[in-house]
Every structure is written in structure tokens, then in C-alpha cells.
Design a protein. Sequence first.
Length: 296
Amino acid sequence: MKNCKQVNSWELLEVLISLGHLPKKQNEKEAWFLNPFGTETEASFKLDKRQNIWYLYSEGVGGNNIDFLKKYFNYSINEILSWASEKSFSSFHQQTEIVKPNYSITEVAVIQNWNLKKYLFERGLTQRSFKFLKEIKFTINNKKLYAVGFENLSGGWELRNSFYKGSLLKKDISVIKNDSDRIVVFEGFFDALSYIEFQEKLKEDILILNSISMLNKAKNYLQNYSEILLFLDNDPAGKKTKDELLSSFSNAVDYSFMYKDYKDFNEFLVADKGGFIQQDETGQSHCFILPLRGNN
């Protein structure tokens, strides 16, 4: 496991970009971002590239990488180090020159690439979910990549393939509307699509956080619903988010007990059902339906 010194040595610019936050303006000394912890229209988050420290003028807080990750994820130090153990970023102290990254989306299309389809099938999804996704072709520092894309309310994209996890453009929540007064809340879009695959007919609205840093924006959105169903991850960050929503909304109900032995709803789906859409000898499909209140 990495230690705090190693995490603080990472180039924070690279960390921010990996989380889907691109600078609004920058030069060789500093970079300015929209508030990565909330919603703003003016860039008030300053990154000092030479010292590798940040300051958020709208809240009067700042610090090093550990300080940023604690606030961004609402993690403890141990949780940060656990998260960091799976990541690899450039060391700030080894950087002699910081080059402005070149990010661009070159194509947005229906999913056709077989590798992406295979990846989705391996995550337990079927063609039924494809209408909520796009095939995104993009470049990072002139390297051509492609991934499954899930759009958020600000036109940004959550990107996934078998070897890449990231986001491009502005970070935000995503919502699937179904004109309901009930809403189901997930952290990631794979969990949300897994839920949809379970339903013969989707009756609720769905909110996807895409990052727990979007919790405050999600709270504002959830105020209009009579019932809030929580399907959050069974890890420390997910449990903290669940507790925050339960304390904020008397009409919120926790459903994480349904997959208590798994990290998240998608993992439960893959392990428990191995595909969850089963076919009998005649080729007829049968869907498993979650026993939620109000679905009958």
C-alpha cells in the first residue's frame, strides 16, 4: 500500500484530469478549475503547479493531494491509501516541465465495437442497456482511445472499457427520467443499468452520482421526490454517502441489504445471476424482478 508521502508526490494536475476535471485556463505556473467539490460557473479552484498545492477561493480551503482526496471522496487516510494503491500517477518531483494535455472527443456513436460489447456482456449487461450508452472515440495526448460512454447532465461523459476508467468534460450527476415521483440512487452507471435489466418495465426515475463529490447537487435534485431508494456501494465511501442521504431525507430507504455480500449492485448481479437474463429451452427470455415496494 502507498503512503501519504508517495500520494502527495503525485502531480495533482494529472489526478484532477483522471477524475474528469479539466482546467479552464492555465499557464506554466498555475491552473484554474471549476470547483471539483460542487457546482460553480466561475473557476475558483487554483492549482499551483510549481508547489503542487491547491486552494479553493470560494470556500477558503486548500492543501496538498491528501487534503484534496479527503475532501473530494470524504475518505479517511486509510481509505485514501487503499484507493491510491490501485492508481499510478506521475511523480510531481520528477516533473521538469508540465505540458498541457491534449484531450478531445472525435466521435460519439451507437455501440458497434465488438470489444466494447464483450466488455458490457462481461459486466452482466445486455442489448437492453445499450440505448443508454454511446461509443466514444477520443484522444489523450494524441493517443487514440475508445470506450463506453454514459452522459451526465452537463454533457460530460463517464468512460469505461476493460482497461480504462475516467471521464471527460464537466463532472455532474446523470438522470434517467421516467416521470415518476420515486427515484433510485446509484453511485455508478453500471449499477444503474444493472437495476434496469432486472425490471420488466422501469417505473422509477434513476439518479447516478458518478462521483460522491456530486452529493450536494444530488441532494438538491432529490428534494422533488416522494420516495428515494438507495442502492449505494457497500464500501466506506458508499456507506458514508448512504448515511448522509438517510439523515437528510426522511423518505429515503436503504436497499443495500439486498447485495450485502458484494461491493456494489453490479457485482452482485454478475455473481448471483451470471447474466440475470435467462433463456429456457424454447429461447424465451425470463427477467428477474426486484421485490420493491410500489412495483406491483
